[in-house]
Design a protein around this ligand. Structure first.
Ligand SMILES: [Zn+2]
Length: 275
């Protein structure tokens, strides 16, 4: 599932292919032909990830905005001979430079924006601090989570205008690693708990920027994740069966937790308050 780490990995892979090169062909199924044609001859200035968004910038200040959600894919296609091998079916997007092309399939979001459209776009300009980026603003991230006081933490962590980069896998993993019940409301958690969750998420996302499968625990050949996808199986710390439930607005997103390792905040607070 593409989360902030996957998008940053993808951007790092695409940047050396595209940056500084001139677009020699561009097609996109859902963009008007005239917009698509207008990119030909433009130069790619940068390829970057912002949260879970991929942004390809051109020398006329326009930006191609791609979001993969659950199923989308973007990959590099290179000619295997002096001729292009045609793709099996028409992709959603194909952007060619000399010697290579990037191809997108099943893309739910593909937009070509001017600089002012980008500034007005709530899903780009309104994004919270990107936890993968160097030097993200902790105080800002906590403040934005606080604005979601009545939401469960598992749901709030997925709200990209609060913090950008966390997806469904990391959401469950960071709550487990911090011993926090994913059903705890943001208002029930102290600032230091929110900071710990965010620092942990950032560290995990950044650790997974290299090649290889996503890992949140030292696996030594065992499970790579603590709780995600492990409903009904024994907790890797305490052997209690992991529970799976849905959180967030209907239909809800799968959330996994250990009922023993992850305490609800209210009773714990009462315990602490006891003399
Ligand atoms: Zn446990």
């Amino acid at each position: 599932m593409p989360e902030g780490d996957s998008l940053h990995r993808l951007a790092a892979k695409l940047a050396p292919v595209l940056e500084g090169r001139e677009v020699i062909a561009f097609s996109a199924r859902r963009l008007p032909d005239v917009a698509a044609r207008s990119l030909v001859g433009r130069r790619v200035v940068s390829v970057a990830a912002k949260g879970k968004n991929l942004l390809v910038r051109f020398d006329d200040a326009r930006v191609l905005h791609i979001h993969l959600r659950m199923e989308g894919r973007v990959f590099v296609e290179r000619p295997r001979s002096t001729f292009w091998l045609p793709s099996r079916s028409e992709p959603d997007m194909r952007l060619a430079v000399a010697g290579a092309a990037i191809v997108g399939r099943r893309l739910p979001v593909l937009r070509l924006l001017t600089a002012s459209e980008e500034r007005r776009s709530p899903d780009l300009a309104g994004l919270g601090p990107d936890l993968v980026a160097e030097g993200w603003d902790e105080a800002e991230a906590v403040a934005r989570l606080r604005a979601l006081a009545d939401r469960e933490i598992a749901e709030a962590l997925l709200v990209q205008r609060a913090v950008a980069g966390i997806g469904n896998v990391y959401k469950s993993e960071v709550c487990f690693l911090e011993g926090v019940d994913p059903r705890a409301l943001v208002s029930e958690l102290a600032d230091d708990e929110l900071v710990a969750i965010l620092r942990r998420a950032s560290a995990l996302l950044r650790k997974n920027l290299g090649d290889g499968p996503r890992v949140t625990r030292p696996s030594l050949g065992g499970a790579r994740l603590w709780v995600y996808g492990r409903g009904g199986r024994a907790c890797l710390r305490c052997r209690t069966p992991i529970v799976r439930f849905l959180s967030g607005p209907s239909p809800g997103r799968s959330t996994y937790a250990c009922p023993t390792c992850q305490q609800a905040p209210r009773p714990r607070r009462e315990e602490e308050a006891r003399p």
